[in-house]
Design a protein around this ligand. Structure first.
Ligand code: SF4
Length: 365
């Protein structure tokens, strides 16, 4: 297949769904890691094409959703300082912190600017030498290389007014944390194609070995996801567990080595808190000591800011595939994209937003 339309072709999708149904003889629980894949599943009703024995649950791969509450609170505290310009991806503005969000901070007069790339934040720093420019650097392995490049560029130019508030997360340690959880039900994973475009899929081999679980790297179009599900079902029904790559048009075994080198030069692996889930060992990235001058958490006094999740929001269970968004009593009632209680209702990759946009009728009553 060469064109995007072919990856959305209904006849191919139905044929794959038939193949999946023919090969499924037992109940299986599969998790797609990435929120972009969740949105495709909901948008095209792929789960409704599958046999009843196959359950798709949604994983923690929405970067906005897993950014810790205290990171949002720290960003708001920084934005409210008169000497700071806070630069962020647009999705982050409406994510609720403990008492407010960046959108409201902006309405109160904070200088919060939306950027589509980290290099825009560096440009803003260049253009405003009398202000301190802080970039809210969040995301998975996909955004880590460009964010690393921003720090690298700032260091090269000796910019003294640029820093980053870093909250980067990594996929393989999250899969490991899910697998060791006593509550885990997942028997096969669709790994996120964009993350693997950067990192390759060699690092998933140890997960397959340790947990005897199949992992298939999947793309983001309906045919991609159905094909990845078929590959998982084939492995599970045959009693196999290996890493396979459905997203061959983008992902190689070793990934993008240049991007990995940039990441390694700027970031080091660290324990990381995931919103709602808690701390996962060695599941995040922080700036290396050589980049301390660009680390907002060292430059500014932010360490005392801690926060608790609203009790009503069950996003931690949603992000671990233990419950569906429609199991949340607040879904579609007290929590909507206009008035979100939790991050998964805000983000364009959030599972709650996907259910709300494509399954509005399923709201709890
Ligand atoms: S519907 Fe809202 S309150 Fe419920 S889990 Fe999702 S984000 Fe949290």
């Amino acid at each position: 297949m060469r064109f995007i339309d072919e990856y959305r072709d209904a006849r191919i999708a139905r044929r794959l769904a038939r193949d999946i149904a023919e090969r499924t003889t037992r109940p299986w629980v599969l998790m797609e890691i990435c929120g972009g894949q969740t949105h495709t599943i909901m948008r095209y009703g792929l789960d409704e094409l599958l046999p009843r024995q196959l359950e798709l649950v949604h994983g923690p791969g929405c970067p906005v959703c897993v950014t810790p509450l205290e990171t949002i609170d720290r960003a708001i505290a920084l934005a409210l300082r008169p000497d700071v310009i806070l630069v962020s991806y647009g999705d982050m503005l409406r994510v609720p912190g403990s008492n407010s969000d960046l959108f409201r901070a902006k309405a109160q007069g904070a200088d919060v600017r939306i950027a589509y790339s980290s290099t825009e934040a560096v440009k803003i720093a260049r253009a405003n030498p009398d202000r301190k420019v802080v970039f809210l650097a969040i995301g998975f392995e996909t955004t880590a290389p460009p964010n690393a490049m921003a720090a690298w560029q700032a260091k090269r130019e000796a910019l003294t007014n640029f820093s980053m508030l870093v909250s980067h997360v990594l996929v393989p340690p999250a899969i490991r944390a899910l697998m060791v959880s006593p509550q885990n039900r997942v028997q096969g994973f669709v790994a996120p194609g964009h993350v693997c475009t950067v990192m390759g899929y060699q690092e998933y081999e140890s997960l397959v070995r340790d947990f005897n679980i199949p992992i298939v790297v999947g793309g983001f179009e309906p045919v991609d996801i159905l094909q990845a599900v078929l590959m998982l079902v084939q492995q599970l029904e045959a009693g196999q567990a290996k890493v396979e790559n459905q997203y061959v048009r983008s992902v190689s075994y070793a990934g993008n080595l240049h991007a990995q080198r940039v990441m390694e030069e700027v970031f080091e692996i660290a324990d990381q808190k995931w919103r709602g889930i808690g701390s996962i060992p060695r599941s995040g990235l922080r700036l290396r000591p050589e980049y301390a001058d660009f680390d907002a958490s060292r430059i500014f006094d932010l360490q005392l800011i801690t926060a608790d999740e609203p009790a009503e929001c069950i996003s931690a269970q949603v992000l671990q595939g233990l419950r569906k968004p429609t199991d949340c009593p607040a879904f579609g009632m007290r929590c909507t994209p206009e008035n979100p209680l939790g991050a998964p209702m805000v983000s364009s990759e959030g599972a709650c937003a996907a259910y709300y946009h494509y399954r509005r009728h399923a709201a709890a009553d």
